[in-house]
Ligand binder design. Structure first.
Ligand code: UDP
Length: 318
């Protein structure tokens, strides 16, 4: 298959580029390098492109005529979205709307969309399945939910077929050691803990110790990035294997770990101590996010291979 991987220079996108290439697909990364790194695109072609640039997108769709588009180019920092909502709605929502228009204009109607657990807001029950009410509590989650809603309408109006994957917490690195989570500034828990372990930071802050959880810190569901990558390929194969309808899947491990537990696990695995500070809550953080991935398991054969949190952490440490 010929795949456009938009945002292929980013953390999740670059892992998907690698796996798709290794599985024999023709991969073309489109990226504006606003947060991604060109040297993370290990295989296939690279085309500089901003999803707001209709002319450039049109030119690329005409040149390559891809079978499907996988779209990862989004801003994804919850806290930042609360102080700069324009950035999130403009890129994540308006940018994707623009992309969808160009896809329809070019008769490309297979779309994989990277969504998020943030579309749910504070859970009404755990684990969160696909039918759970969607009440996002930050602009990041809202910017992605709007795209999910647009997709339903593009399907009805234009026959655009899509698979939406809502990730819980993507984590870990490819075992080749060639790819890494390289956000600048880094805001995610696991890479920050590793930086603290390495002495690149003086301490790690725990954002809130007064949540209604077992130890007062937020609970998240971590899923290894290569398991995410694998199920994306299964998603695109599903779309291209016949007259298949659009689908939405939650992706996680079904297990939750608190911020404190993650920090203690890194200390335990490495046998090294580092400084931990109990800090204020971060705006926009739900207390608990744990996925039910039953639907993806049943329908797509989603089967995470690195499903133990200690193993996920080890891929980062290695
Ligand atoms: N977190 C923290 N300290 C940090 C970074 C994150 O306590 O330096 C917490 C954060 O408040 C959240 C959890 O760790 O409860 C996971 O945050 P992350 O940014 O990794 O992912 P998110 O769940 O926001 O997508």
């Amino acid at each position: 298959m010929k795949l456009f991987i938009i945002g292929g220079a980013g953390y999740i996108g670059s892992h998907i580029v690698k796996l798709a290439y290794e599985n024999g697909h023709e991969v073309i990364t489109l990226d504006n390098l606003s947060t991604g790194h060109k040297d993370s695109v290990l295989y296939g072609k690279f085309e500089y492109c901003d999803i707001q640039d209709s002319n450039r997108l049109n030119e690329l769709f005409k040149n390559y005529n891809p079978d499907a588009v996988m779209h990862f180019s989004a801003y994804s920092i919850v806290g930042e979205s609360t102080i700069d909502p324009y950035k999130y709605y403009y890129n994540n929502t308006v940018g994707t709307l623009n992309l969808l228009k160009i896809m329809i204009d070019n008769d490309c109607k297979n779309f994989i969309f990277s969504s998020t657990a943030a579309v749910f807001g504070n859970p009404e029950y755990i684990p969160i399945d696909e039918t759970h009410p969607k009440n996002p509590i930050n602009p990041y989650g809202k910017s992605k939910l709007m795209v999910e809603q647009m997709l339903e309408d593009f399907d009805s109006a234009h026959g655009l077929k899509y698979v939406v994957f809502r990730y819980f917490n993507a984590a870990g690195h490819d075992k080749s050691g060639k790819l890494a989570e390289r956000h600048d500034p880094e805001t995610h828990l696991l890479p920050l803990v590793i930086q603290t372990l390495n002495g690149q930071r003086e301490s790690i802050s725990i954002y809130g110790s007064d949540y209604d959880t077992k130890d007062g810190t937020c609970i998240r569901d971590y899923i290894h990035v290569n398991d995410l990558a694998q199920v994306h390929l299964q998603g695109v194969e599903y779309l291209l294997s016949g007259d298949n309808g659009s689908k939405v899947y939650n992706l996680g491990s079904g297990n939750g770990f608190s911020v404190k537990e993650i920090i203690e696990k890194v200390k335990g695995i490495t046998g090294k101590d580092f400084k931990v500070i109990e800090d204020e809550r971060r705006e926009g953080d739900p207390a608990v996010l744990i996925a039910s991935s039953k639907r993806a398991k049943k329908e797509l054969g989603f089967s995470p291979k690195i499903d133990k949190i200690d193993d996920i952490i080890r891929t980062l440490i290695n």
